[in-house]
Design a binder for this molecule. Sequence first.
Ligand code: NAD
Ligand code: ZN
Length: 371
Amino acid sequence: MKCNKVVLDRSEYEIHIGVGLLDHVSHKLKEAGFKNKTVIITNPKVKSLYGENLKASLESAGFKTALFEIPDGEEYKSLRWAGSLYQKLNRFQAERMTPILALGGGVIGDLAGFVAATYMRGVPLIQIPTTLLAQVDSSIGGKVAVNHGQLKNIIGTFYQPKLVLSDISTLRTLPVDELKNGIAEIIKYAIITDEDFLRLLMKNMQLIKSLDLELLEEIIYRCAGFKSRIVEEDEKDIGMRNILNFGHTFGHAFETVSNFQMPHGKAVAVGMVAATLVAQRFILVPESVVDEVKTIVVKAGLQVSIPGLDIKKIMDVMEYDKKKAGGKIRFVLPKGIGEVFITDAVDKTVIKQVLEELYEKTPDMRYSGRE
Ligand SMILES: NC(=O)c1ccc[n+]([C@@H]2O[C@H](COP(=O)([O-])OP(=O)(O)OC[C@H]3O[C@@H](n4cnc5c(N)ncnc54)[C@H](O)[C@@H]3O)[C@@H](O)[C@H]2O)c1
Ligand SMILES: [Zn+2]
């Protein structure tokens, strides 16, 4: 087992990463001073894979445990479903010291985290992430939120967990596309913070994809460490935490234009290639950096082009996001591998050129050229 620590102004917590950690949750809860009751929030799929066993083991360790399930999907990360959880917590007579265990991917982590942050003005939150994306990203850093209407993560707050328990053996049951979503974020960390880590990923991508758990433990540990250090610097996301958006400015536009048919990891992967191509034009980042970014994306089985996506629509989404952000589009661009900078001075024509370069030529859907 490996352990990271996040140290913030007003709180600190540990991130434990290892094989079989689910068997030790009750022990870890007792160690952290919890007793009496616990609540697991999960979805039906994760419940049948891991939730029922977890409930049984908590009960046999003496915790009175309730398991609440939310249907599986991003659309259930909503106020309505938060409301249903408040009611269930009430009926269970959850107390201010009753920990909420968020067992699942980022959807469950964000929703259960939001509920933990708001129920009784805050009850303890334990993140037990079961997707690769949640283990390297969403379970760490305290951003909790629900969607509202079409607006993603629009209602939320910062609420740090008391503990993060990443049992990497849960990754064995994860569908391959979900695994790739996590791998895209792992690649992101390498490009923004650590050239040596990118070398490690280049060399071992096959082992990662085939779920070598020893290697994954090391990789998740390092990513959790990267994210922890960034969150420690800028907990409330007013400065350098922004670098975590590398690949996401473009990526978000790709997801939107595909009507969210394009998985997040795929969108972010092409988004990272796009941002690197922008950097090449903007500050003359060498071709070798572009090649490295493309190579790692391809090795991961992710894509480096945007077939079928309408460039005009992508530009429109970026324009809309720009208005929402006060008139500036913020890009996180690489200076090289392991170092990025933030700028809002990228010209629209550069963005268009890059999108055209990324576009696999399917003639009827090409951008018409109108501004
Ligand atoms: N709070 C943050 O800082 C932050 C950061 C990034 C993303 N997010 C949020 O995270 C969410 C995406 O998270 P995600 O990618 O984990 O998706 P997800 O939570 O939807 O999980 C993906 C799928 O995998 C299933 N699943 C989960 N664990 C499994 C397992 N071990 N075996 C088999 N199937 C399993 C889920 O049931 C679901 O169908 C989005 O809502 C996003 O906004 C939050
Ligand atoms: Zn992401």
